[in-house]
Ligand binder design. Structure first.
Ligand code: HEC
Ligand code: HEC
Ligand code: HEC
Ligand code: HEC
Ligand code: HEC
Ligand code: HEC
Ligand code: HEC
Ligand code: HEC
Length: 432
């Protein structure tokens, strides 16, 4: 008898709640809390751009009273400020704007190579994109990954050559670098999405930096795909070995927290080598960075396993450097010094041959080793490098300057090309 009264009260409450929800917000179970400032934005945008509002309603921002106005408000006089139905708004919500509330993430991001992704103007690749291919290729290609320098017309609109753009190092009208929405898509800003490999694969793929494809063929991706339901992808806390343990994604190894390390928006802090340069080199404080990455692995692998993996990694990078990359670079430098190659890039066959060797094939092999994709190490990697080196670079260099490769080809690792090896010599070059 004494339970009946409370039960009736609870039942009445439930009916009341659900009626109220049905009355005010049909079709949604939103947790959104709307501020006075954002109220009028919402009233109009619910009709004008319903999908934006729907997506925002399901976000943590909506629950935390971060509405349209909290992100898009601008001060009069700001270069990209628009007079918008009596309010001053800006379309671009830059890292500076996000940084008002997320200062830690923003500072880490601004200290990373990602924030410098727009600074490619002087690079060889940029000459290729803008001059050899043509400027339109750069606008819809390079700049969509690296970032544009956003420009504004006299009427206050962004120029079509520079926006829309979500490049990682975009230079914004307020002078800040980068775009958080490269990884955090609007308007739900889903944390699960940021942690998924597809997010990084938007840019980290293709013939010259196939991190996504390498990951796809790795055991790690196999484990991730088959256990995706156990990955806890949208949990607020995401510590490897604590909140999930089935598999690592890109974020696990490069961004997210471990039991002993906080998460970081500086994606370079766990890298001991730079493996995208023509000749690989160790990063600054390389040992500390390697320890930081290994601490990620130790949650799932034994120390011996991880240490041996790193021995294999170093051996592969050193092989690429000493056998192919440094000799190729020496040959190119000598030909330039002797005026056998001019200073204009990409106008002679050897320019292209060398570019393929380090920029495409060389990076494929090195990334394949770093992230456990054996097909990229072999058939998309060292196989292509070897063919390029012996069948194209050496003959073309000899054609331009006879005798130039003699000393290099006499080395033990290249001797097979001109002279049959003795069993002892064969044995010697197979030592690991
Ligand atoms: C009376 C209706 C109305 C109100 C109120 C309103 N908007 Fe809009 N908004 C629009 C329409 C319509 C568009 C489509 C482009 C246009 O006409 O400017 C738009 C476009 C935008 C854009 C993109 C502009 C561009 O040039 O691409 C942003 C950002 C925006 N609104 C944010 C806001 C915010 C923030 C608020 C509240 C401070 C707000 N809006 C209030 C109707 C409204
Ligand atoms: C957490 C911050 C945040 C909140 C909250 C937010 N926006 Fe945005 N919004 C962004 C970002 C980031 C962009 C992308 C701008 C860019 O870099 O080009 C954007 C873009 C837009 C655009 C242009 C999109 C397009 O595809 O044309 C409109 C319109 C817009 N927002 C409206 C709204 C409205 C309406 C709300 C409220 C329901 C809202 N925003 C809430 C961050 C936010
Ligand atoms: C007015 C303050 C404010 C602004 C501006 C703001 N945020 Fe947030 N953001 C919050 C709050 C509050 C939360 C919820 C609590 C938390 O996770 O810190 C949040 C949560 C998040 C989350 C976690 C979401 C989840 O599902 O766990 C991401 C990612 C995020 N914000 C990214 C951004 C980005 C990117 C921008 C700029 C485009 C931005 N925020 C602008 C206040 C803000
Ligand atoms: C699909 C996205 C994408 C496109 C398109 C793209 N890049 Fe990149 N670029 C990247 C990524 C990702 C890296 C980092 C690769 C790595 O670390 O292995 C990179 C690296 C570079 C680097 C080396 C930077 C450094 O710090 O060493 C330069 C320079 C560069 N790109 C210029 C260009 C130019 C110029 C174009 C157009 C001709 C272009 N990229 C097209 C994604 C892209
Ligand atoms: C290279 C992709 C990338 C970029 C760019 C990026 N983030 Fe993130 N961000 C992530 C990932 C991955 C996570 C999830 C980390 C984890 O596992 O907890 C995250 C998490 C967050 C969170 C949630 C933090 C928490 O613990 O709840 C916030 C807030 C955030 N980012 C803000 C930003 C801001 C602001 C920017 C721009 C300055 C930015 N991010 C740029 C990938 C990125
Ligand atoms: C919008 C494109 C884009 C996205 C998305 C992106 N990156 Fe990058 N990333 C780049 C570019 C471009 C570079 C090279 C920047 C430079 O050095 O100029 C880079 C460089 C890097 C580097 C090398 C950093 C260093 O210090 O040498 C790592 C590691 C990296 N990204 C990891 C990630 C991860 C992990 C994600 C997803 C969570 C991600 N990236 C998402 C474009 C992107
Ligand atoms: C199991 C952990 C792990 C996963 C998962 C992983 N990486 Fe890596 N990544 C590494 C290691 C280890 C290195 C080499 C570190 C070193 O040099 O010490 C590396 C190197 C890199 C580099 C540096 C290339 C350069 O220019 O020097 C980039 C970029 C990168 N990873 C991006 C990604 C992306 C994108 C994904 C997902 C598609 C991913 N990684 C998944 C462990 C991982
Ligand atoms: C969240 C757990 C987790 C993390 C973190 C992790 N791994 Fe793994 N790793 C696995 C699983 C699961 C497998 C698959 C084991 C199997 O198939 O029996 C695997 C397989 C491997 C393999 C075998 C690859 C193959 O194709 O056979 C290597 C090598 C490896 N990991 C190295 C590393 C390194 C190095 C790191 C750190 C940079 C790392 N792992 C981080 C879970 C993890």
């Amino acid at each position: 008898m004494k339970y009946i009264v409370p039960i009736v009260v609870i039942l009445l409450c439930c009916v009341g709640c659900s009626l109220e929800k049905k009355g005010n917000l049909p079709l949604t179970t939103s947790r959104a809390v709307v501020t006075e400032d954002s109220k009028q934005c919402l009233e109009c945008h619910t009709k004008k751009t319903p999908a934006i509002v729907a997506s925002w309603r399901e976000s943590d921002h909506a629950e935390a009273s971060v509405g349209c106005y909290e992100c898009h408000s601008a001060e009069d006089g700001e270069i990209d400020a628009l007079d918008h139905f009596g309010n001053t708004v800006a379309v671009i919500v830059s890292p500076k704007d996000c940084g008002v509330c997320h200062s830690v993430e923003t500072e880490q991001f601004l200290g990373s190579h990602h924030a410098k992704g727009g600074e490619v103007l002087g690079s060889l690749d940029n000459y290729l994109g803008e001059v050899v291919e043509g400027f339109g290729a750069s606008v819809s290609g390079c700049q969509q990954c690296h970032g544009s320098i956003v420009e504004i017309t006299d009427e206050g609109k962004f120029t079509a050559a520079t926006w829309p753009n979500f490049g990682i190092g975009r230079v914004n009208p307020d002078g800040s670098a980068g775009s958080c929405s490269s990884c955090h898509s609007r308007h739900d800003f889903s944390i699960a999405q940021a942690r998924s490999p597809e997010t990084c694969g938007r840019c980290h793929l293709g013939p010259d930096h196939p991190q996504k494809e390498v990951y796809d063929e790795s055991k790690h991706n196999i484990a991730y795909r088959s256990h995706i339901d156990e990955m806890n992808m949208d949990s607020a806390s995401w510590v490897v070995g604590v909140d999930y343990s089935a598999a690592p994604t890109c974020a696990t190894c490069h961004v997210s927290a471990t039991p002993n390390q906080p998460k970081t928006h500086n994606i370079g802090l766990r890298l001991s080598w730079n493996i995208r340069a023509p000749v690989s080199f160790k990063t600054e404080d390389s040992d500390d960075k390697r320890k930081a990455m290994q601490e990620v692995c130790f949650n799932c692998h034994s120390p011996n396993y991880v240490e041996n993996f790193y021995v294999q990694y170093d051996a592969g990078i050193n092989l690429y450097n000493t056998k192919f990359a440094i000799p190729s670079k020496d040959i190119i430098d000598q030909l330039k010094e002797a005026d056998k190659l001019d200073t204009t890039p990409f106008n002679e066959p050897l320019d292209w041959i060398y570019f393929y060797l380090w920029h495409h094939e060389g990076r494929r092999a090195r990334n394949g080793i770093a992230m456990m994709g054996p097909d990229y190490v072999q058939w998309h990697g060292f196989y292509d490098i070897a063919e390029r080196f012996y069948m194209e670079l050496i003959p073309e260099a000899e054609h331009l300057m006879p005798g130039i490769t003699g000393e290099i080809l006499a080395r033990p690792e290249h001797k097979w090309f001109t002279t049959e090896l003795t069993p002892e010599e064969r044995e010697e070059i197979s030592n690991y």
